[in-house]
Design a protein around this ligand. Structure first.
Ligand code: LCS
Length: 407
């Protein structure tokens, strides 16, 4: 196995020497040059776009000519973001949405019909599961939730009417990792589309389309934007055919992104590589520190050799990211004391931003799941989730140390 150093992932030469590297593409993503030489994509804050004449309007609506009609359908600022993320993921096109869950909803609704079934990672972000079980089930959509890191369970769960295999890897917050190449083979053999929520990894650390996935989606709210000031999502498809199936659903559902949102995300995206490298460097150190602490029962960090899929992570991802889940020996009670005692980390949901956040999934992000479902998904009552930001690691460690004294 090649030596894996997560802190030098961005310095690896790209496969094609004529193709710029990942960080270069983050900084210079746009092929189109602005007529005024603007370095950044302007915010086209316009709901509608004028036609030259009636024939032009008709040609745009009929798709005979390219151009913009109405921002719910498309907008130059939003398109710049869609093309940028599609390029980073290696897909044929992007579909930006109002939120990550908007992206999840558009994908489910475009790819599932009444009477069809989907198999999903059990420990997905709570509402990605709630949307199916509490809402789409009313429209006749069936679903099963399994530990997708166990491929035999996936094989068993697929039925003749299964159309979609939905994987979150690493999963939120159990940090389970699914073998994407293997699961894509299973999904395709059984006639299913493979959708991967790549929010935790981002295309910087993992590119599911290269490993056989058909669709990738993100909560852009998290690492891609990275500054806790935007809620958004994006879908990237491997083929034009999938683009044609999903985009009209997003347009008709009306969960489009807004141009100002897209502008902010384009700005945040420029430092994706830098932010991930920095946070990951701290996370490696913090996870090892937590693991060695006498008050800690267990820690799940994909960069630790103790993680059950650590070897798979090294094959499938270019680094380990900055999400850590752990439980204290005193369980929930000790976890609550810890969360109430941190001073630098912010007690808040969300993740993947420049600021370190701490939260309790069982009572917060995953409170909508039943306790048996949560436990089956590896989300114990005492699990605390820690999203490492870009602060000085010494300050984060000192904060955890004083908080653990109280726990
Ligand atoms: N997918 C994953 C993996 C997520 O973590 C989230 C949000 C979503 C989809 C939905 O994205 P949104 O609509 O919020 O942009 N995860 C959250 C979390 O763990 N805490 O707060 C939100």
């Amino acid at each position: 196995m090649p030596t894996h150093n997560p802190t030098t992932a961005d310095t690896q030469p790209s496969k094609n020497q004529s193709e710029p590297g990942f960080n270069t593409r983050l900084v210079h993503p746009h092929a189109d040059h602005d007529p005024y030489g603007a370095v950044n994509v302007p915010i086209y804050q316009s709901s509608t776009f004028a036609f030259r004449n009636a024939a032009h309007g008709a040609a745009l609506f009929a798709g005979r000519e390219g151009g913009y009609i109405y921002t719910r359908i498309g907008n130059p600022t939003i398109r710049a973001l869609e093309n940028t993320v599609a390029g980073l993921e290696g897909g044929c096109g992007g579909i930006a949405t109002s939120s990550g869950l908007g992206a999840v909803a558009a994908v489910y609704m475009a790819l599932l019909d009444a009477g069809t079934h989907m198999v999903s990672t059990a420990s997905v972000y709570g509402p990605s599961r709630g949307l199916v079980e509490q809402h789409l089930a009313r429209f006749g959509v069936q679903s099963s939730y399994v530990d997708t890191s166990d491929l035999a369970r996936v094989q068993e769960a697929i039925r003749p009417n299964t159309r979609l295999v939905y994987v979150e890897t690493p999963s939120n917050p159990a940090m389970q990792v699914t073998d994407l190449r293997a699961i894509s083979e299973i999904a395709h053999q059984r006639g299913c589309v493979l959708v991967v929520d790549n929010t935790f990894a981002t295309p910087y650390l993992q590119r599911p389309l290269e490993l056989g996935a058909d669709v990738v989606l993100h909560s852009i709210t998290k690492f891609i934007n990275g500054h806790a000031d935007v809620v958004g999502g994006i879908i990237v498809t491997r083929t034009e055919e999938l683009q044609r199936r999903i985009r009209p659903l997003m347009v008709n559902l009306g969960c489009n992104m807004d141009p100002h949102q897209a502008f902010l995300v384009l700005r945040g995206l420029k430092t994706l590589g830098l932010r991930i490298e920095r946070a990951q460097q701290s996370a490696v150190q913090i996870a090892a520190w937590i693991e060695a602490h006498p008050k800690v029962e267990w820690v799940r960090y994909i960069g630790l050799p103790s993680h059950p899929q650590h070897e798979l992570v090294r094959r499938q991802m270019r680094g380990f990211g900055s999400m850590i889940s752990f439980e204290l020996k005193g369980g929930l009670e000790a976890g609550v004391r810890l969360m109430d005692s941190v001073r630098l980390a912010t007690l808040a949901v969300s993740l993947g931003g420049v600021e370190t956040l701490i939260e309790h999934p069982a009572s917060m992000t995953h409170a909508g799941m039943s306790r048996p479902d949560r436990l089956a998904a590896g989300i114990t009552d005492g699990l605390v989730r820690y999203s490492v930001g870009i602060e000085d690691v010494e300050d984060l460690l000192a904060d955890l140390e004083q908080a653990l004294r109280n726990a």
